[in-house]
Design a protein around this ligand. Structure first.
Ligand code: FAD
Ligand code: A2P
Length: 366
């Protein structure tokens, strides 16, 4: 039977969606297979490599699924740089005691006029656009700051956000240069209007488990997210509000140059008094204490001192480690963890990526 040219073309066209459909089906089937085999492969590799160290820390660490939690309920970018929220400053006060070095302030903004309301959770950051223009006459760029309050805000009404800001100052050609945004924030007066963006970030979120263990390594303003975690865990009003009855172990290693620079120290001392079994607070005061080599005491020196207990905690798959503050502390922490791990027969350069993959190793440094 002969077909006309039109019939042949029409017949060919009719088959196109069928052919596409068949290809789509085969492709998604193959992708599903690859996906499952890689994730189980990862687990196998993890298990093999950690157990080959012959340590229980490694074995238990490997039991955690490497799949990334999506956190779909965590708000992100409610306010973008092109259309920032304008929030009013409620308070701005120094966090330092007499004799401290530099300037570090706690600054709270009113979010109540936001529509939509700028909501956030502990561990996120917001962006601040400083008023004024840069040297080229352009609006200043955004600077990020870790949120220091819980989602309920310092007054527990759920409509404020607080930051912990250190004024950047450095010397250049014999002149003192003030950082643009940090100076703007440290100088700002209650009532002033500030452009705010965000919230952003899912790296530093707390685990949901009430019996998780949380090891925190902070230098300077790196304490900001930890202050939010610790309020969520141990502040009486916050606990009454948050329906999260933390019963794990929280251990804060805090690095500051002088005792007078320890941020939120009174609150943390109080939590330690009240929750002796749940909260431990270890300070490294670099310019008042010496490490075993006679140098400045840094948090990595404290990590080494407590290596056994830290690795005993890491054996528990519910233990998370959070690192926040100076970028420069990362190599030091890595070195300390390498030495501490080696003493227990563990290879840190293998364990760390596995903890990361299991979403138990959280880093935000700047
Ligand atoms: P700028 O005016 O932008 O000056 C910074 C620039 O100055 C640098 O880029 C560099 O070019 C130059 N500079 C800096 N130091 C020197 C030096 N010693 N010598 C020569 N040049 C130098 N900061 C906080 O205080 N608290 C926080 O909670 C906080 N959280 C953050 C969270 C995240 C995720 C990130 C990425 C950063 C965070 N920061 C935080 C840092 C903050 O974003 C700003 O970078 C900081 O406040 C400095 O901004 P600035 O506008 O004052 O300085
Ligand atoms: P120091 O400045 O005495 O060398 P702040 O932000 O308030 O200055 O606090 C930062 C703290 O972190 C200080 O005690 C500082 O010590 C310390 N620090 C500086 N460099 C490092 C580093 N590479 N590793 C760990 N801690 C550091």
């Amino acid at each position: 039977m002969a077909y006309s040219e039109t019939q042949v073309v029409a017949g060919g066209l009719v088959h196109i969606p069928i052919v596409i459909g068949v290809f789509w089906f085969i492709q998604s089937f193959l992708l599903r297979r690859i996906d499952t085999s890689t994730s189980s492969g990862n687990l196998q590799t993890q298990k093999a490599s950690i157990t080959s160290q012959g340590t229980s820390a490694g074995t238990k660490a490997s039991k955690v699924s490497p799949r990334k939690p999506a956190h779909p309920d965590v708000p992100v970018n409610t306010y973008k740089p092109k259309n920032p929220f304008v929030g009013k400053v409620i308070e701005n006060y120094s966090l330092l005691k007499d004799g401290a070095i530099g300037r570090v302030n706690h600054i709270t903004f009113d979010l109540s006029s936001g529509d939509p309301l700028l909501r956030y959770v502990e561990g996120q950051s917001i962006g601040i656009i400083p008023a004024g223009e840069d040297a080229n006459g352009k609006p200043h760029k955004i600077r990020l700051y870790s949120i220091a309050s819980t989602r309920h805000g310092d007054n527990f009404a759920g409509k404020t956000v607080s930051l912990c800001v250190r004024q950047l100052q450095y010397e250049k050609d014999g002149q003192t240069i003030d950082g643009v945004c940090s100076t703007y924030l440290c100088d700002i007066k209650p009532g002033a209007q500030v452009k705010i963006t965000g919230p952003v970030g899912k790296e530093m979120l707390l685990p949901e488990d009430e019996d998780a263990n949380v090891i925190m390594l902070a230098t300077g303003t790196g304490i900001a997210p930890m202050r939010a975690y610790l309020r969520r865990m141990f502040d009486a009003q916050e606990r009454a509000k948050n329906n999260w009855n933390f019963k794990g172990k929280a251990w804060l290693f805090m690095g500051a140059p002088k005792s007078a620079n320890l941020l939120y120290d009174d609150d943390f001392n109080k939590y330690q008094e009240q929750y002796k079994d749940n909260f431990r607070y270890t300070k490294a005061i670099s310019r008042e204490q010496n490490n075993t080599k006679g140098g400045r005491m840094y948090i990595q020196d404290r990590v080494l001192e407590h290596a056994d207990e830290i690795f005993a905690l890491i054996e528990n798959p519910k233990t998370h480690i959070y690192l926040c503050g100076l970028k420069g502390m990362e190599p030091g922490i890595d070195e300390a963890m390498t030495a501490a791990a080696a003493a227990k027969g563990i290879n840190w350069s293998e364990l760390r990526p596995q903890l990361k993959k299991a979403h138990r190793w959280h880093v935000e440094t700047y």
